[in-house]
Design a protein around this ligand. Sequence first.
Ligand SMILES: Nc1ncnc2c1ncn2[C@@H]1O[C@H](COP(=O)(O)OP(=O)(O)OP(=O)(O)O)[C@@H](O)[C@H]1O
Ligand SMILES: [Mg+2]
Length: 459
Amino acid sequence: MRILIVDDEEVLQDVLTSLLRREGYETVSARSGEEGLDLLRQGDIDLVLLDLMLPGMSGQEVLRQIRKEDPHQVVVMITAYSSVESAIDAMRQGAFHYIPKPFKNEEVLLTVRQGLEQRRLKKENLTLRDQLQQRYAFDNIIGKSKPMQKVFELIRLAAPAKSNLLILGESGTGKELVAKSIHLNSRRSEGPFVTVNSGSMPADLLESNLFGHERGAFTGAVTAKKGLFEIADGGSIFFDEIGNIPIDTQSKLLRVIQEKEFMRLGGVETLTSDVRIIAATNVDLEATVEEGRFREDLFYRLNVITVSLPPLRQRPEDIPLLARAFLETFRDENEKELDGITSEAMELLIDYHWPGNVRELENVIERAVVLSTGSVIDVDLLSPAVRHKRPTAGFDEPLPPQGLPLKEAVANYERKLIVRALQASGGVQKKAAELLKVKPTTLHEMMKRLSVTVDQIVS
Ligand SMILES: Nc1ncnc2c1ncn2[C@@H]1O[C@H](COP(=O)(O)OP(=O)(O)OP(=O)(O)O)[C@@H](O)[C@H]1O
Ligand SMILES: [Mg+2]
């Protein structure tokens, strides 16, 4: 264990050094705050003994700088009796403890021992968190829930294949994130990844974007232009919101997929392109096919492999992980000092129904971080929608097609209640059945129907 002593008084340096060395600690000394910070930046310091009164940069400034550069560093302040108030102030700023001068050796050793113990715990926590993040994330996609683990598995298997893919999921469930990850894990990862926002364009503009055009192909085509299929050659092309593609364009798309050939608008030359198509939609594409607004043959061409992203409300166990990850991102972006989310606030996040899914959660955390002034995110920083629990779950659910069909919505509600009861009863089904006032056999049947398992709850 290495301890840095920052003190300008030679006598004190010597006393502390020999005291700590006798106990078997290694020590390094600095005469000023600046020198101390330099030594810290070289790494390998487990605890800092910092005098409050220093020439040049004050002890408080040094503390602030240390907290900024390494928030996990343990700092013990040494102060004269007269400055106990500033010592308390320093503790508010994150110092571990303070030792008033003159001090007893025992006091110093005890505080140092406690400080190092805290350091050890923090380090352990950090490595634990790193492990968690590695296990529960695939590229940037976070999720420990069973359905998300299945998604990771599917990406792992499907990404290297040649097949086209269709990604399904409500708005904000991470479809684009998954599309990128599939590309990055494919053999085309060195090639381009091109996104087509199919939704917002009239057919002729979309087609000239996709296939390109020759000079003079239409009024305004003063130069020739490459289309996205040419640009994406050797890579992947991502059709966002494929359900909105006009039916005429769908036929042309189908031809490119089947023949791997196309022509620029106004062109005579046949061009080839080797692309993989990844499509995404948040509408029920099969229903769109039935209504005659989407070509069935195109649907089957795209839907070789389906990746379904579950809505966030069906995987509440992912919420704490996601919330913490977003907290860290926005904390660093906004240079805030935040340790975490209170358990009351986290409970509200877990209970909320998240119609905007992960994107909405991301926004809620960003807002909370920006508005925060303290060291934690508490209930008051959450947006009103999250804070005000609805009296009955499912009450303001949107209706299909954006919302869930009645059957599914009811099933979700039942699943939630059963999970709660099982949690409250520590996974004992008989007790959970009592809480819900149903027969154990009924509960058993419901769990089977709703695919709720006990190990899913206890973990
Ligand atoms: N599992 C996840 N882990 C981490 N971040 C996620 C996850 N899912 C979504 N996000 C984040 O949420 C936001 C929305 O994700 P994305 O744009 O991929 O959703 P989408 O399904 O394409 O939404 P839309 O249908 O509205 O286009 C992004 O900022 C993305 O980084
Ligand atoms: Mg998207």
